[in-house]
Design a protein around this ligand. Structure first.
Ligand SMILES: Nc1ncnc2c1ncn2[C@@H]1O[C@H](COP(=O)(O)OP(=O)(O)OP(=O)(O)O)[C@@H](O)[C@H]1O
Ligand SMILES: Cc1ncsc1CCO
Ligand SMILES: [Mg+2]
Length: 276
């Protein structure tokens, strides 16, 4: 698959150095910061609202991740999303764990009123978010939310949400990744199953989307390129390790690939999927 916007591209993805403000969870914070550094971005993990006035004058995009909630974190997420709206800072919301608790779902819907560019989660989280039946467990997606019929239903519902939330595009991740914008729906097919066995892979994808938005890419390009880049890194990493795949080795290779694949010419020619 070669989306139209790729035909016009040279090799500019991840070549700039945007400053990405992350309000995120403590579990995968370090992986996220390193993933951003590996693709030439500058992360700043900052959740104290007393800093926001200064920070929003410097940052290029905002990543909000619901992974580890507390009353204080809830306030930080709400206040930072209000700042983002005021400063017109491109924003990604990662609705981690929305399938597990109604508190998270309510917060995600509240944050969506501040017009983020992207709302993402695994397929089970995104189904829960839009009131479809979901089989998610904790922060993980479930395979039974990933069959073709289920993905079609989800993509149709997300299309309705692009009318309800006209500033927002949606991403549901899993074996197949579904991207829904007002104009198009993508079903992307790269990646390997091991990516679901490392914590924070979805969180890193959210950060890569914020990185591309922060360097001025369109929302559609940011979504397709971030997901595909990450998943192609996963495919390459799987080729570098022994069988059966030792997960810690795989994780190292994945992080290595994040820092090197972008130097390869036309890496995006291996993107698999379809546009509807
Ligand atoms: N079975 C799979 N086959 C191929 N790619 C996969 C598979 N599972 C996940 N991925 C890829 O891994 C990345 C993370 O997706 P996933 O749905 O696991 O996110 P997540 O559950 O939000 O992750 P986390 O909560 O651990 O951060 C995506 O780029 C996705 O395409
Ligand atoms: C395991 C886990 N629990 C809350 S956040 C998180 C990391 C995946 O986002
Ligand atoms: Mg997962």
């Amino acid at each position: 698959m070669e989306p139209l916007f790729l035909k016009k591209r040279t090799d500019k993805f991840f070549k700039q150095s945007p400053l990405i403000h992350c309000v995120t969870n403590e579990i995968t914070c370090e992986s996220m910061a390193n993933a951003l550094l590996y693709v030439n971005s500058k992360p700043i993990m900052a959740d104290d609202p007393r800093e926001f006035d200064e920070l929003f004058q410097q940052t290029n995009s905002l990543l909000l991740n619901l992974g580890h909630l507390s009353p204080e974190r809830e306030k930080q997420l709400i206040i930072s999303s209000e700042y983002a709206k005021r400063f017109k800072t491109p924003t990604v919301i990662d609705v981690v764990g929305v399938s597990a608790s109604s508190l998270r779902k309510k917060l995600a819907l509240a944050l969506m009123t501040n017009e983020p560019q992207v709302v993402k989660g695994n397929t089970s989280e995104m189904k829960k978010l839009v009131d479809l039946e979901s089989h998610g467990r904790g922060v993980d997606g479930h395979a039974s939310d990933q069959n073709q019929a289920s993905l079609e239903k989800l993509s149709e519902k997300l299309k309705e949400y692009t009318s309800k939330y006209p500033e927002t595009c949606f991403l549901a991740t899993g074996e197949t990744d579904v991207i829904v914008t007002k104009e198009a729906t993508y079903f992307l097919k790269n990646g390997v199953p091991e990516l679901d066995k490392i914590t924070g892979t979805g969180d890193m994808v959210g950060a890569l989307i914020a990185s591309l938005l922060g360097q001025g890419e369109t929302v559609e390009t940011s979504l397709v390129i971030a997901v595909s880049y990450f998943n192609l890194c996963g495919e390459k990493a799987a080729q570098q390790v022994s069988q059966p795949i030792p997960m810690s080795d795989f994780r190292n290779q994945l992080m290595n690939q994040l820092s090197t694949l972008l130097e390869e010419g036309k890496w995006w020619k291996d993107i698999k999927g379809e546009i509807k």
